[in-house]
Write a protein that binds this ligand. Structure first.
Ligand SMILES: *Cc1c(COP(=O)(O)O)cnc(C)c1O
Length: 383
């Protein structure tokens, strides 16, 4: 027991998921369509400011379809937040477009609106504006969407909001994932709620969502035989998995509470050390931002922490079978994107060098917390 693995973020099933899945079996709706898919889309729309929703088989396919809906073609430029998981940027390559990476700012750790504006001005000078801008709400923390959308509007460039990590997060009273022209959710296994694998695309524009559903089901023209005028995809969500999603959405508010409590626990733990001369820093956000706190991450600058750094913490926790992970390695530093353009200010590289994500599951027990904190104390005490 003592040595069972503590994961960064593990699935946490509620009480209704099994019932909905059984219902799918009993009614023989074992297909990428059906009543759970329809209801899941309606339920999700609450978390997208009443936008229309297409339930899909992953967040990655949602981003891919978003680019297709915006008519992105080979050779087009797409501005993409550099500090993110590669799944934000990969679909840009699927359509043959060029990612141009934009660095972060320190409040939210997300796309820097000032840098975005500079990049847009430069690209207008060159006579080639991007076809879309993709900001990300990293670890659930909202990006500065009000500023980003205002700037994007000035240049008439649409915004695809990657809210894969941020369902339930808000800016003021607006839910993340329903603010940009198109929004993306993910329900992969380690996200705050999961369907084991799944995603969704949202938009206030119903024609985008109708077209997304059409393209996601192999783009069949309305004809009795199979006829196709567009290239289609097999991207719809299974009715069985939508059943899991319905159950998970019912417990989302509880999951957000638990994740936010995790963050508070880590803050008070590290603040005690800060009172003793250390300088651990957190992802603080900005006044109107409400984060679901999917993952709690801290920053450790070794110069202000007696030589302690994030990698020493990771290796030490690993000895106790506790998983932690460096902050995402920025896309502009990834081998696969080394030929891409970028606009940087040093922030994402600093966050990558100093940051570590700590176990943040909504099902962490007091016993597991004690293991995490005593392991951390043992290490920090040596400094
Ligand atoms: C998880 C994730 C995705 C991809 O979602 P999948 O459902 O795993 O395809 C995209 N962007 C970000 C920021 C993510 O964390």
């Amino acid at each position: 027991m003592e040595h069972s693995k503590i994961w960064l973020s593990s699935p946490h099933i509620g009480s209704k998921e099994q019932t909905y899945v059984n219902e799918a079996f009993q009614t023989n709706w074992i297909a990428p369509l059906g009543p759970h898919v329809n209801q899941f889309e309606l339920d999700l729309s609450f978390y997208a400011n009443e936008n229309y929703v297409a339930a899909l088989n992953s967040g990655t396919s949602a981003i891919h379809l978003a680019l297709i809906l915006l008519d992105v073609k080979a050779g087009d430029d797409i501005f993409c937040q550099s500090l993110t998981f590669s799944a934000t940027a990969n679909p840009i390559k699927y359509v043959g477009a060029n990612p141009v990476f934009i660095d972060s700012e320190m409040d939210s750790w997300n796309m820097d609106p000032k840098l975005l504006k500079n990049a847009l001005l430069k690209s207008r000078e060159k006579g080639k504006l991007p076809k879309a801008i993709i900001p990300v709400h990293l670890y659930g923390m909202p990006a500065k969407m009000n500023e980003i959308c205002k700037i994007a509007n000035e240049f008439s460039v649409p915004v695809i909001e990657d809210a894969a990590e941020a369902i339930g997060s808000k800016i003021g009273d607006k839910y993340c994932g329903g603010i940009g022209d198109l929004g993306v959710f993910s329900f992969n296994g380690n996200k705050i709620i999961t369907t084991s694998g799944g995603g969704a695309l949202t938009s206030a524009n119903i024609s985008f969502i109708e077209k997304a559903k059409f393209l996601a089901t192999q783009a069949r023209d309305p004809a009795p035989h199979y006829q196709h005028s567009f290239i289609g995809y097999n991207y719809r969500l299974s009715n069985v998995l939508a059943g899991i999603g319905r159950g998970q959405l019912e417990v989302l508010p509880e999951r957000i509470n638990s994740r936010r409590e995790n963050y508070e626990k880590y803050i008070s733990f590290f603040n005690e050390w800060n009172n003793k001369g250390f300088d651990f820093k957190f992802q603080c956000g900005f006044p109107s931002a409400y984060s679901n706190r999917w993952l709690t991450a801290i920053l450790i600058n070794p110069e202000n922490n007696k030589g302690l750094n994030s990698e020493k913490i990771r290796l030490h926790l690993d000895k106790f079978n506790i998983e932690s992970r460096p902050i995402w390695k920025p896309m502009h530093l990834q081998p696969i994107f080394s030929d891409c353009e970028f606009y940087v200010n040093g922030t994402s590289e600093k966050l990558f060098n100093e940051g570590i994500c700590l176990p943040s599951g909504s099902n962490l027990t007091t016993r597991e917390y004690n293991r995490i904190f005593s392991a951390l104390n043992e290490l920090i005490n040596q400094y």
